[in-house]
Design a protein around this ligand. Structure first.
Ligand SMILES: Nc1ncnc2c1ncn2[C@@H]1O[C@H](COP(=O)(O)OP(=O)(O)OP(=O)(O)O)[C@@H](O)[C@H]1O
Ligand SMILES: [Mg+2]
Length: 220
């Protein structure tokens, strides 16, 4: 595939199960190395760079299935990301931590153990941890899965807020209603290939996109 994420952009990435969305995030964040091709970050090759170095450079992501440090509190999880995510000496740890917890709606849960959170809360904590590393590029993997419509609205608003502090954002999601609230620009994957790139409104009318989602429509 050939895919660019531009500064200032929020790009939605959609596609059926198994089409390669999470694999792409894993390759960009460094959990997987690509067998071929090249990966550039602001013009420099980063294909073989370790995930933690990419994090220090400013690439971070959330996980489709988050695994926080279960035995630590919500705040401690965020503090660890703040301290080690960008290898910065922090004098403003407490304030930064408060700000991130507030933004992600976790303030009241800050002293709870991460292991006691429900799935949506764990996803918010995962976002909080990613934000604590001060990413320039943020990759989001299915943050809205399992949320009701009110929660979807809140999380979409949160991502629009988050976007103000990052250069670019890639948002993987199955919930179309959520994508629509976050961005108009989408890429559609099928079997590891980009089959559509353009406006969301055009994607839902595109014949190939409809086919991968709905199957071939036969006239009787
Ligand atoms: N390390 C790997 N080696 C080989 N195949 C893999 C690897 N990781 C994932 N796959 C396969 O690649 C395909 C893409 O998987 P991926 O998890 O990226 O899809 P996805 O688009 O995120 O799907 P979903 O919407 O269900 O999360 C799947 O068939 C998966 O089984
Ligand atoms: Mg996935």
């Amino acid at each position: 595939m050939d895919l660019s994420l531009y500064s200032g952009e929020t790009l939605g990435l959609i596609g059926p199960n198994g089409s390669g969305k999470t694999t792409l995030i894993n390759v960009v964040s460094g959990l997987l190395y690509a067998d071929g091709g090249s990966l550039l970050f602001y013009g420099s090759r980063i294909d073989r760079m370790s995930p933690h170095r990419r994090s220090h450079l400013g690439i971070n992501r959330t996980f489709q299935i988050p695994h926080p440090f279960y035995g630590l509190t919500v705040r401690e999880n965020v503090d660890i990301a703040l301290l080690f995510g960008r290898m910065k000496k922090r004098t403003d740890l407490e304030q930064k931590s408060e700000d991130i917890l507030k933004l992600t709606g976790l303030s009241e849960l800050s002293e709870h153990r991460a292991g006691s959170l429900n799935t949506s809360q764990k996803k918010m904590l995962d976002l909080a941890k990613a934000l604590a590393t001060e990413p320039r590029i943020l990759l989001i993997d299915e943050l809205a899965a399992g949320l009701n419509s009110n929660e979807t609205e809140v999380v979409a608003g949160l991502l629009r807020e988050v976007k103000k502090n990052v250069d670019a954002m890639l948002v993987v999601e199955h919930v179309m209603n959520f994508i629509k609230k976050v961005t108009e620009d989408v890429v559609v994957f099928d079997a590891g290939k980009v089959i559509f790139s353009g406006r969301f409104a055009d994607a839902v009318r595109d014949g190939r996109v409809r086919e991968v989602y709905l199957g071939t429509v036969r006239s009787s």
